[in-house]
Design a protein around this ligand. Structure first.
Ligand code: FES
Length: 101
């Protein structure tokens, strides 16, 4: 059963940025989308690129390896609805960002 655990502090993640955190052996990319925090699997389904290191524009991250684009809040691949990233539930508590894992 999943439970919420602290991923990072809000202050560690600026608006419009992403960060990779390791939780229970999983690499998770957490993004600050205009003050809303979203979390997805860090591994790009194309060839394993690190999505947390990609450029974020609005809700869209661009994989740094070959440019696939994903919605970091829904996990949707912008060019094929059948490709989807695993998403994680996120909530904030005080200064902390918690991810359900
Ligand atoms: S590994 Fe992400 S687009 Fe190729």
């Amino acid at each position: 059963m999943s439970e919420f655990k602290k991923a990072l502090a809000k202050s560690e993640l600026e608006l419009g940025k992403g960060k990779v955190v390791e939780m229970d052996g999983n690499q998770i990319a957490v993004f600050n989308v205009d003050g809303q925090f979203c979390a997805v699997d860090n591994t790009c389904p194309h060839r394993g690129g690190p999505l947390g290191e990609g450029e974020l524009s609005g809700k869209t991250v661009t994989c740094p390896l070959h440019g696939w684009e994903f919605d970091v809040c829904s996990g949707a691949y912008m060019h094929d609805p059948n490709e989807k990233l695993k998403i994680y539930e996120v909530k904030t508590e005080g200064e902390d960002v918690l991810v359900s894992i």
